[in-house]
Structures are given as structure tokens and as C-alpha cells.
Design a protein around this ligand. Structure first.
Ligand SMILES: CC(C)(COP(=O)(O)OP(=O)(O)OC[C@H]1O[C@@H](n2cnc3c(N)ncnc32)[C@H](O)[C@@H]1OP(=O)(O)O)[C@@H](O)C(=O)NCCC(=O)NCCS
Length: 139
């Protein structure tokens, strides 16, 4: 398992036979000047939101639950780690990205009516409200 990051971004990946076959990256938009990714009337405030920036699984290793597992791991980081303390995740994908849509929908992401124009194409914006975590404070 690849584990990297700081309070600004987090990366999780999977190695098989020494090769990286899947990876996912989540960013804090406040620090990466990506507030535009989460700006809009139907979107939560950037300060409470993380941006799922990339999820990529080697075609030879798809449909084995890697994409889902990596996104779930990153969601746990941003909701449980006090450096993040986020309540929402936003992800932008090409509207015709069937597998990306299926993955996000399975994980509880809702498509908003917001479209963003990236450098290359129009992207649909998906958002998920994360479950509330009740922290146990040490005495
Ligand atoms: C999207 C992507 C990350 C999915 O990775 P993956 O490891 O194959 O996905 P998983 O095996 O975890 O599948 C999770 C769910 O996604 C959906 N899904 C995945 N592949 C699918 C396919 N080919 N057709 C339909 N649904 C699919 C299913 O709902 C699946 O759940 P299930 O297995 O319980 O039916 C992978 O296809 C990929 O790297 N695509 C290119 C990059 C990309 O588009 N990223 C988008 C990020 S949101």
C-alpha cells in the first residue's frame, strides 16, 4: 500500500508484484488554490470540502474493488484526521465517463447541476456528504 500526504493532500495506492497498479489523490482546495472546484450555489463551502482529484486503476487490475477501496480510504482520512476535518468531498469527471460515474454513484456521490470548464473539457461535479465522526477525546 502506498501511503503519502500531509494536511494538504493525501495519496493512497496499491502495489502488485512491485508495480503501482492503482492510486488516488485527494486535495484540500484551500491550499491548492482549487476553490473554483468547489465554488457554486449548490456546493458546500471550500473550507469544509476536499477535492477527489484523481482515481486511476491500471486496466489490467480493474473490477477488483481497488478504486472503491482507495476512495473509501481517502474519505476516512479527510473526515477522521483532525488536520483535515472535512465534511464533504467533491469530484469532477467527464460526463461520459461511465465507470467513473458508476463508482461515484455506488459510493453515494450525487451529481449536481454544476458544470465546470476545465482546460480540456466540460466536467460534471459530484458531491458527497461524509458521515459525522464522533471523536473520543483522551482524558
Ligand atoms: C473508474 C475506475 C477508477 C474504477 O476502478 P475499479 O477498481 O475498476 O473499480 P471497482 O472495482 O472498485 O468498482 C467499484 C464500482 O464501480 C462500478 N464500476 C467499476 N467498473 C465498472 C464498469 N466497467 N462498468 C460499470 N460499473 C463499473 C461498479 O459499480 C463497481 O461496484 P461493483 O463491483 O460492486 O459492481 C477505473 O475504471 C479507472 O481507473 N478509470 C480511468 C480513470 C477514471 O475515469 N477515473 C475516474 C475517477 S472517479
Amino acid at each position: 500500500m502506498l501511503v503519502d500526504g500531509s494536511g494538504l493532500h493525501a495519496i493512497r495506492g496499491v502495489y502488485r508484484d512491485g508495480a503501482l497498479v492503482a492510486a488516488a489523490v485527494i486535495l484540500d482546495p484551500v491550499h491548492y488554490e482549487r476553490q473554483s472546484a468547489v465554488a457554486g450555489p449548490n456546493l458546500p463551502d471550500a473550507s469544509s470540502t476536499a477535492v477527489l482529484h484523481a482515481v486511476l486503476v491500471d486496466p489490467n487490475h480493474r473490477n477488483q474493488g481497488l478504486g472503491r477501496t482507495l476512495v473509501e480510504l481517502l474519505e476516512r482520512v479527510v473526515v477522521e484526521d483532525e488536520d483535515w476535518n472535512k465534511q464533504h468531498v467533491v469530484c469532477r469527471i467527464h460526463p461520459k465517463n461511465r465507470t467513473g460515474r458508476a463508482l461515484l454513484t455506488l459510493l453515494g456521490y450525487k451529481r449536481t447541476n454544476r458544470f465546470a470548464v476545465s482546460h480540456w473539457f466540460h466536467q460534471a461535479t459530484y458531491v458527497r456528504k461524509l458521515p459525522i465522526v464522533r471523536r473520543q477525546w483522551a482524558r
